[in-house]
Design a protein around this ligand. Structure first.
Ligand SMILES: *Cc1c(COP(=O)(O)O)cnc(C)c1O
Length: 389
């Protein structure tokens, strides 16, 4: 068991908060930030706030030198309130209203990501002179939770956008991409870095020099399977940068979300019922008090297969289960294809821990579907609850 897990379980034992709840060990996030800073010493790190926007998390990351990838006015205000310098924020969402841009500009945000003409024009008008990176559409190996074609643009459009931005007096900083979240294929970064390098060269010949490459997030974690280590990711990225930018390396920005915070969080949940649909069914249905709508959104398509542990010790045999959430929605089934096993003597009222659940859980939960409140988060610093709670 990691130090973070033992601190979290100590807290849960002492305070026995109502379930379901997410407990986040902020010290483990700071330790992970240090790992990132060690593995990517030349990169500027902007934490993707949407993964876990708890004020205590933002505060600790800001205090230890992280910047932030923000996607809305509310995320900007949150980061600044928690001590982040406005110039450490990158407005990474390509989908923004003029009012969002004006708000960001007024708060001192100077870096924006874009992928369309309309947005470039809005940036020129409402954030004059801002630094812009154009996001490339990624055409590499699929990730576990892919973005599809929603973000970015093809290289020809990216070049046009940078020309347009230059003409409008914006600072054409560079290019960005995101290889898809929970990307387990190390070659994904190389595909994008190669494309970016070509565009750097072509635009330089037109008198539009680029200097920044934002390599996004996507770094994966093991959950119930396996994943490359952070060192593996760093080596892959470094190799690609060296091979595609043999002269002057670009200024690198990275935006991890999941890989910075997921392993620092644990959800404790209660088994509401254990049931069988027929006398001959091998599978038991195990209904939990946490489901698709109050924290486990990433079980959609069974993309993320979390690791579960019973809180009580069970000595006996286990058997196959289907895991489902508490709401009256047929989609609120967590795992019916991914094989999960739980003890045969598992009882209603028992508790389970969901490991590695600090990213994309509480921030995704609905406000009151079926009257169920959003997932409550408790943040620990030095093993103690922070004041925000
Ligand atoms: C969500 C997001 C990230 C973080 O991605 P992870 O896979 O969690 O590391 C980074 N950048 C942008 C633009 C994002 O939308």
């Amino acid at each position: 068991m990691s130090d973070a897990q033992s601190r979290i379980r100590q807290f849960l034992t002492t305070h026995a908060p109502p379930t379901p709840c997410l407990v986040v060990d902020v010290d483990a996030i700071v330790a992970r930030l240090r790992e990132f800073q060690g593995e990517f010493p030349d990169a500027r790190l902007c934490y993707a706030v949407k993964a876990n926007p708890e004020p205590a998390v933002i505060r600790a990351l800001a205090a230890h030198g992280a910047g932030f990838d923000v996607a809305s006015s509310a995320e900007i205000d949150l980061c600044i309130a928690q001590g982040a310098a406005p110039t450490s924020l990158s407005y990474g969402n390509t989908i923004k209203k003029p009012a969002d841009i004006a708000h960001a500009h007024a708060r001192g945000v100077r870096e924006f990501i874009t992928d369309s003409e309309g947005d470039v024009d809005n940036l020129a008008e409402f954030a004059p002179g801002a630094q812009v990176c154009v996001r490339l559409l990624v055409d590499g190996p699929p990730s576990v939770t892919p973005f599809g074609r929603k973000f970015g643009c093809e290289p020809d459009v990216a070049m046009d956008l940078l020309r347009r931005a230059a003409g409008l007096g914006l600072d054409t900083a560079g290019l960005s991409f995101h290889v898809g979240s929970q990307q387990l294929d190390l070659s994904a970064w190389d595909v994008c870095i190669a494309t970016a390098a070509k565009l750097f060269t072509e635009l330089a010949t037109e008198g539009i020099p680029l200097r920044r490459l934002n390599i996004g997030g996507g770094f994966g974690l093991a959950y119930s399977g396996s994943a490359p280590s952070l060192t593996d990711y760093a080596e892959a990225v470094q190799r690609s940068l060296q091979s595609h930018f043999p002269g002057q390396p670009p200024e690198v920005v990275m935006e991890p979300g999941r890989a910075l915070v997921a392993d620092a969080g644990l959800i404790r949940t209660e088994v509401i019922l254990v049931a069988r649909k027929s006398a001959t069914d091998r599978h038991r249905w195990v209904y939990l008090d946490v489901g698709r709508y109050n924290g486990l959104a990433e079980t959609e398509n069974e993309y993320i297969a979390y690791r579960f542990e019973t809180v009580a010790e069970h000595g006996g045999a286990d058997g196959p289960v289907i895991l489902a959430g508490p709401t009256c929605d047929g989609d609120d089934v967590l795992y019916q294809h991914t094989p999960y096993r739980l003890p045969l003597d598992l009882q209603a009222g028992e508790q389970l821990d969901i490991l590695g659940s600090g990213a994309y859980t509480a921030s995704y939960s609905s406000v009151a579907f079926n009257g169920i409140p959003p997932l409550r988060t408790y943040c620990l610093v030095g093993g103690e609850l922070t004041d925000d709670a």
